[in-house]
Structures are given as C-alpha cells and as structure tokens.
Design a protein around this ligand. Sequence first.
Ligand code: ADP
Length: 265
Amino acid sequence: MTRPLLSISNVSKFYGNVIALSEVSLDVYAGQVTCVLGDNGAGKSTLIKILSGVVTLDSGSYRFEDEPVSFSGPREAQDAGIATVFQDLATVPLMSVWRNFFLGNELTLGRGLMSRLDINRAKGIVREEMQKMGIDVRDPNQNVGTLSGGERQAMAIARAVYFGAKVLILDEPTSALGVRQSGIVLRYIVQAREQGKGVVFITHNPHHAFPVGDRFVLLRRGKLMATIEKEQTTIEELTRMMAGGPELEQLAHELSLATRKKSGE
Ligand code: ADP
C-alpha cells in the first residue's frame, strides 16, 4: 500500500467556545482526488486553512511526505509544495494573464539594479502551461477579467502546478459556475490528478465530486462523518449522506403531504 503524501490525524480547531473541527483525519495520495464534502458550517474552510498553513491546529498531527510539519504561513506551505487555490483566486482582473500568472514570482533578466522582467519568456510559459490544461490563450496580454470563470480557475490551477505543487487544494472551485464551466474545471482536476498531483477538492456538490473523486471525506458540524472509497459508494448514497440529505427527504415528504392535503386527496 502506498503511503499518503499528506496526512492529518485527529485534528481539532477551536475558536473560543466554537469547535470548528473535532478529531478530523484525512489522507491525501499522489495521483488521486480526495473530495471533502460538507454543508455550510461543516468545517471545510477551517480544514483548508490548516492544510494551507493559514491557521495552526490546536491538537492532532499534520504530516507531509512522511515528516511532521507545522507551517507558520501559506507561503511556507506553498514552498513545501502544498498549493491552495482559494475561492477568490487571488487574481487581479485588470491585469494581464501573464502578469497574474507570475504575480509574486516574477521572472527577471539580469541582476540587481539592472534586472528587468523577462516578458517574452513569461508569456511563452503561460501559453504553454495553459495549453497543457487544454486552454488556448490567444493573447497573454488580455486581462484576466476577460477570461471565463472556468478559465480563471484553470489558470489558477495551471499556475499552482507550474510552481511545483505536489498537493493541490481547491476551495469550492465550481460553486459559482454554471454546468458547462464546472465541466471545464472538473476536467482540469482530472488532468492534475493524471500529472500525479494529490488533489483535495472541496465542494458541497456531490454531483461534481462523484465523477472525479477517488475518495470522499464527509464532514458535518466539524466532525468526520465518513471516509468512503469511490468503489464502495454511489452518487445516490453520497447525496443522501451529505448534510441535509435526511432533512431534505423529510422536508420533501412533508411538502408532498401538504400538497396532497390541499388538493383533497
Ligand atoms: P464551512 O467552510 O464548511 O462552511 P467553516 O470551517 O467556515 O465551515 O466553519 C466551521 C465552524 O467554525 C462554523 O460553526 C463557524 O462559525 C466556525 N468558525 C469558523 N471560523 C471561525 C472564526 N474565525 N471565529 C469563530 N468561529 C469560526
């Protein structure tokens, strides 16, 4: 059995009296997509923040590549190879695609006072890397704001992969997108997995998770409800197990009773 690339065990996080996460364990393997599913308040954001070094855990352990780790900020996690694509994407809409791609990691020519941006190389790399993700960037000078939502997500994923991510954490990348755009992003998730990345895909949509996920981690109110392998479940079961599943079924039942009553059945 291969060992996980990243692993947390029995991790808890408290905010005053609020238990944001309670004894949660999760393994991420290279070349696999681990989906973290949960409704609002399940603890998904807290989990991402811990994995990406934004906050530190209060108890439990965090290991990466078989070593215990304790990141003191997102840059440290990123340097170790754990890249997080946050929902806001950290892109500047009025800046060009190539500038955004290299934001904070500018390519320069020459040294010291004589250094300047190596624009041509940067543009070439952006075109090539986006191509690998299946996106044809006609003009790297175009503003990021002109890309579609799906393409912007893809750019953020391509950027993380290019800068050496081994683990890619995607924070609800499809939540603001329509069906077609979501499809684009799901395709990139599969591509990242095929490139051997350990992908952590956070979502509240089992219909997005199921087709691409290898393993599903269900959180509810800060607790780990289940960890299920793809072959052990179905989309129907996953949907039912999601927070709100049983409540929604109950609601549907009540509504159908109410409708029947109204129509005098
Ligand atoms: P999700 O992303 O799944 O919606 P969160 O991780 O944001 O869940 O939240 C889990 C719980 O922790 C919620 O009850 C939330 O109110 C609480 N929480 C999260 N962050 C903070 C914070 N900074 N201060 C206080 N409570 C917080």
